[in-house]
Each structure stands twice: as C-alpha cells, then as structure tokens.
Write a protein that binds this ligand. Structure first.
Ligand code: ADP
Ligand code: MG
Length: 685
C-alpha cells in the first residue's frame, strides 16, 4: 500500500516545506507578501531562492525554469541550470532571488497580436508568488506571469490575477456593508472537470489528421457508437485503469487534488475532476493535468486526445468550470446559508451573477469560442451557443415570489412570506440535474459548461470575475450611499431579478423551441467563433475590462488579433492536412481498388458467362465518387489559395469529407489507408 498522504505534494515547495526550511522571520514576511499581494523584497527573495534550490537539488534537480502561459493556450518554459562557475574551474549550484523573482525569456516567438514587434522582443516573467514552485523531470518550476518590457500582459495569467483582484475589491465592499469585519480578502474558486479520449498509440500514429490537428478529418460512422450508453460510468478497462492510477499519482505528487475519475458517454472517453482551489492555482493545475494526461498516456502506449471533437458523430469533450466566490476565512458566498443575514447576502451575490451573465452574455460566449469548440456547441452534446442560466425550480420560484412580493409555497407546502432576509431552506439536490444548461447553479456554485476540453480555464474565469466585479461595483456604489440599507437592499434584489430574469431558463437547452424562445427574449445566439469574437472589441467590452484594470484597450485588440489568427490558422492546417491525406493516400487507395475491380471485371468478361453485377456496380460507384472527390479537392485547394475566401474553407472541407467518408464505406478495408473509427474507438482493451 502506497503512502498517499506522504506522496501528496512531495514535489511541491509547499507551505509546509517553506515553514520547515525558511528562517521564521523570512517565512512570515513571505506569507505576508502572499496574503496581502504586496511586493517581495530582494533580500527575502534571496533567502527563499536559496532554500528552494537546496530543496530541489536534494531531490535531484539540476535546472530551474520560469513556467508561463502565453497566448498559445499551452504552457512555455525555458530551462536554466543552477550551475555557476568558481575561480578554480569548478562549479557550485546557485540560485538567486533575482532569478527566482524575474526572468527574461525571448518573447519574440510568442504571439503578442502586434503589441511587441520582434525587434523589441524583451519580455519578463514574474513569479506568481501565490502559486507554489514544484519539481518535474529534474527541473524546478516557478509559476510566473509573462509581460512585455512596457508591462502589457502577454499571457493568460496576468489578466486572470488582475480579474481576481478586481472581484476581491468589489466583493469586499459588499461584505463590509453586511458588517463583515473578519474577511481580509475574497477569492474565486474553481474546480474544472476535464474530459478526454484515450486511444491506442499505434492507431494515433497512423492518422496524420490526429497527429497534426488533434481530430479526425475523415471517418465514416462506426456501426456501434454511443447509442447503448454502456460506456458511461461503465467499468474501467484495465489498461485505462493503470493509466488513471499513474496519472493520479503524478498529479498528487505535484499537489493537484485529483479526486474523481470515470468513463464518459462516448466509447474511449473519460473524465477527471479535481477538488476545487483558488482560481489561479486551479488554472495552473489544469494546465499540468492536461500535460500529464498526454505524457502518462504515452508511457502506457496510448495517446490522449484533448481536442473538443476528435470524432464526428461521437460526443466531443468539454470542460466544466465550477466557479464560486469565497472569503479567505472559508465562507462560500454562493452558499444559501441558514440565517437571514446570510440569506440576504447570498441573494445579493446571486442576483449580481444573474445580472452579470445577462449583461455580458457576449463576453461569456467569446470566452468559450474556438475552432474546436464550434463543433460541439449546439450539437446536442453540449450547451447551445445561447447563454442562459439554470437556477432550478425552487430558487427561481423564490426569486419570483420576491419579485412579485407574494408568499412562497415550498415543496412541503408550507407557505411563507419571504423577503431578502427570509429565504426558505431548500434541498440542494433538486437544483443540480439540468445537464443542458450552459451556466447552472448547482447548490453553492455555478457550473459554466461551455468550455472546450483543450481550453485554458483562464479566459472564461477572467470574464466571469470581471463581469461579476462590475455588477458588485454598481451595487456597492448604490448601497454605500443608502440611508435605508435593508429597504434599498430588498429593492435592489427585487429589481435586479425583474430586469434580468430573461437570462434564467430551466428547460431543455437542446430543444429547438428554445432557440425560438431565446430569440423572443432578446438573448444572443452567436453561433460560431467568427460571430462571437468581434464582441470582444466592442465598446461595452473595452469599458468593463479597462474600468477594472483587467485589460488595457491595446491588450484587448491584440488578443482579438491572436484569437482570430489562431482560428484561421487552425482551419488552414486542417485543410492542408486533408488535402495531403487525399492526395497521398486516399486517391491511390481508390485507384488501387478500382484497378482490382476492373481487372476482375475484365477477367470475368473474358471468360464469358459470369455475373459481373457486383464488380461493375462498385466500380461505377467508386469511380463516380472519386470524380466528385477530385472536384471537391480542387475546390478546397482553390479557396485555400485566396485569402479573401478563407471563410469558405470550412464549408469546402465539409464537402470533401462527405465524399471521402462514403468512399471509406465502399473501398475494401485492406486498401483503405487509415484506421476506421471503429478500430480507433475500440482500440484500447
Ligand atoms: P458533477 O459531475 O455533478 O458536475 P463533480 O463532483 O464531478 O460534479 O464536480 C464538481 C466540481 O465542482 C468538483 O471539481 C468540485 O471540487 C467543484 N466544486 C465544489 N464546490 C466548489 C466551489 N465552492 N467552488 C468551485 N468549485 C467547487
Ligand atoms: Mg459537471
């Protein structure tokens, strides 16, 4: 039996390690810097760096790296060794406070969207002191934020930290109004559930589309998909179980609270969820989780697919961003609570979130937009592109009663007069089971379900934190001036719900009627990434982000460029991969089979009396389809050449795919150059 508590966090320069290894005054100073978010003095940094290095070297490390999250969506690192030369030709292992606190990676190879031209390529990485350093593969990793010489954020972490600060500031104002004197800070917490596919590595390596784009660009439907739903929560196959065990251990060593694992709906699909933590740490940990999923899968002879839609016609993978707000004293502000004082505060935070989601639907949608996720949203496997909120029947009825000023009849049929200070107790379980809503209240947190599986969770949380901070600011501005706090609070809750209740929808989000109903309510339906992204640079977006110092206007424009550019690049790579697969493998396969059929046909005819209906039927059909394939291929190549036709590439790709997928069902298996869906999806036994 392994010592799991001993294993947990063993590769992390954690609070316990710091406490044990740092002089008391240094430890206290560091803790103060962490909790207050103040500047770290260099003399303290020097001592911390040295202790970190000693700890790392004892554990076999030779290098350190500033680990950061550029706009590519993955993480980046540049390794430096601890060695430092001595006069006598030998070396010592050294690590200074300066090296710990700040790094200067060459920023020119990371996307900046025009903020920084390559000739002024200096970028800084700065230690995110609230996220612990850790050891991986003989290197000490220091979580950092990444910005340009002039201070613009070049990464996802900097604005995330800024958004957490914005929410902290505004939520603290509200807590003070409720007489809270104990909380020092308000933080947002996140638990991201991560879906993924596991397939055999041998199959993966035979599919250029999976290798280059992460998804299959061709593939006829398998005879057995997910119809029987026998995979969901089904027993986990031994090879997968071994992978999961290994993955969990690696994650635990890094202090990631991996908690639940199970099969998902589609064959070969699984999920892992951690216990929630502070948002920036959850973000770091989710990046580590995705990275380790891939490396551990490789060790087990498998490939982990994190793409949102690896297989057409089979459920894709998403990520559920469970989000809440809590005080540093551990009080969850979205917990309905038992006492009137807590109820009123809960209701205020609740209607703040309702208003924020309604007013900033567009930004939430932008935060879930990507080429990969376009395949899922609205496809009856993930929420539609329309943002709405699920509150559950009871909470909705309570808010409606407050709005109407009427009595609320609970499930147990007891009637009560309710106002903001009286909230009937309602059982959490009844609120939790609408799986189709993009944004669902699940008892004491919200679950944002639109994220794609490959996403960094930074973007959606930047938006959530900022828009909720903005509404809390409006509320605080109003209530701080009030001479009748209770009365104005009650009015505010009532009016806010009244004005924004259109965003609440407890029904089936997959139903076609909802699309019609949502339009009547005036809700946005931004179907694709191309529809959604421009909202990011709207005046209303710039206003909210700049007001809370989350993004500068320049940062917004540059990020928009990066996102749009990334979108078109993704589609372009997919299209080129398709062209290549068709030309180099699929056309030759079709020709080979046709030649075999033609030969047989000739032979049979030469012999006289045989029935040749099968051969001639197949030959004719494949020949005709091959002609259409060639036409579609040419059409795709044409739209690829002209930049002005880039919006047509996706359609041309779909047209080519239809023909090729039909050919796959006709051409003899031995000629077909790629493993089929059935072979891939059932490759892990
Ligand atoms: P389900 O599959 O029903 O959505 P799970 O238990 O798999 O539920 O996932 C719920 C996730 O929500 C977990 O990661 C959990 O840690 C997280 N969570 C629970 N409470 C909070 C909270 N207050 N803030 C953020 N996340 C939370
Ligand atoms: Mg969930």
């Amino acid at each position: 039996m392994k010592d799991i508590p001993g294993l947990f966090g063993s590769q992390v320069f954690s609070d316990a390690v710091m406490q044990a290894r740092l002089p008391k005054d240094i430890y206290r100073a560091l803790k103060k810097t962490i909790s207050k978010g103040t500047h770290l003095e260099l003399d303290i940094a020097n001592v911390v760096a040295n202790a970190m290095k000693d700890w790392a070297v004892e554990k076999g490390a030779t290098h350190f790296t500033h680990w950061f999250q550029p706009m590519t969506g993955t993480t980046a690192e540049k390794h430096d060794s601890f060695i430092s030369p001595k006069n006598d030709g030998r070396i010592i292992m050294e690590f200074s406070g300066k090296e710990l606190v700040r790094g200067e990676p060459d920023a020119s190879s990371f996307p900046s969207g025009g903020i920084r031209s390559t000739f002024e390529a200096r970028g800084y990485t700065v230690w995110d002191i609230t996220s612990h350093a850790f050891l991986k593969d003989g290197t000490l990793y220091i979580p950092t934020a990444f910005c340009s010489y002039s201070g613009e954020a070049l990464d996802k972490k900097t604005p995330l930290l800024r958004s957490m600060e914005a929410l902290d500031k505004q939520a603290m104002r509200i807590l003070k109004l409720f007489g809270n004197t104990t909380a020092q800070r308000v933080i947002t917490t996140v638990g991201p559930e991560q879906e993924y596919f596991l397939i055999d590595e041998g199959m993966f390596l035979k599919r250029p589309d999976l290798i280059y784009t992460g998804r299959t660009l061709f593939g006829a439907r398998p005879p057995k998909g997910q119809e029987l739903e026998d995979h969901y929560f089904g027993c986990i196959k031994p090879r997968v179980a071994a992978f999961m065990r290994d993955l969990e251990e690696e994650l635990w060593k890094l202090g990631v609270l991996a908690k639940t694992k199970h099969n998902e709906v589609a064959p070969a699909q699984h999920e892992l969820a951690p216990i929630f933590s502070t948002t920036n740490i959850a973000t770091d940990h989710n990046q580590l989780t995705m990275e380790l999923m891939k490396t551990v899968a490789n060790k087990h002879g498998m490939a982990c697919l994190l793409h949102e839609k690896p297989f057409a016609g089979v459920n894709g993978s998403g990520k559920h961003n469970n989000w809440s707000i809590s005080t540093d004293t551990g009080i969850n502000l979205l917990e309905p609570g038992e006492t009137p004082y807590e109820n009123a505060q809960f209701l205020l935070f609740l209607v703040a979130v309702i208003k924020a989601i309604d007013e900033y639907q567009d930004l939430l949608r932008v935060s879930a937009a990507s080429a990969g996720n376009d395949h899922r949203l609205g496809a009856n496997e993930a929420p539609p592109a329309i943002i709405s909120m699920f509150l559950g029947e009871e909470l909705t009825e309570i808010l409606e009663a407050i709005e109407a000023g009427t009595a609320y009849k609970s499930k147990e049929k007891t009637e009560m007069e309710i106002g903001v200070s009286v909230l009937p107790h309602f059982p959490k379980d009844t609120t939790d089971r609408n799986r189709t809503s993009p944004f669902a209240f699940t008892g004491n947190k919200f679950e944002f379900r639109m994220l794609g599986s490959a996403f960094s969770i930074a973007g959606p949380n930047i938006v959530l934190n900022t828009v909720v901070a903005e509404i809390l600011r409006q509320f605080a501005d109003k209530l701080e001036k009030s001479s009748d706090f209770k009365g104005d609070l009650a009015k505010l809750v009532k009016n806010t719900f009244h004005e924004h209740k259109r965003i609440v929808f407890n029904g089936n989000n997959y139903a076609e009627e909802w699309v019609v109903e949502a339009e009547k309510r005036g809700l946005l339906n931004l179907k694709t990434t191309v529809d959604a992204l421009p909202k990011f640079t709207s005046a209303h977006s710039i206003e909210v982000f700049t007001k809370h110092n989350v993004f500068t206007e320049g940062e917004i424009h540059s990020r928009y460029e990066i996102l749009l550019d990334g979108y078109y690049k993704t589609i372009n790579i997919e299209a080129l991969t398709m062209v290549n697969m068709v030309k180099s493998s699929i056309i030759p396969a079709c020709l080979a089979y046709q030649s075999e059929l033609a030969w047989l046909l000739e032979r049979k005819k030469a012999c006289g009396e045989f029935d040749v209906s099968v051969e001639s039927h197949l030959l004719e059909k494949i020949s005709k389809l091959s002609t259409s394939m060639l036409k579609s291929l040419n059409a795709l190549e044409n739209v690829l050449i002209e930049a002005s036709k880039k919006d047509k590439v996706f359609i041309a790709m779909s047209e080519l795919r239809i023909v090729v997928d039909e050919l796959e069902t006709l051409v003899a298996g031995k000629h077909w150059p790629f493993p089929t869906y059935a072979e891939i999806l059932y490759s892990v036994v």
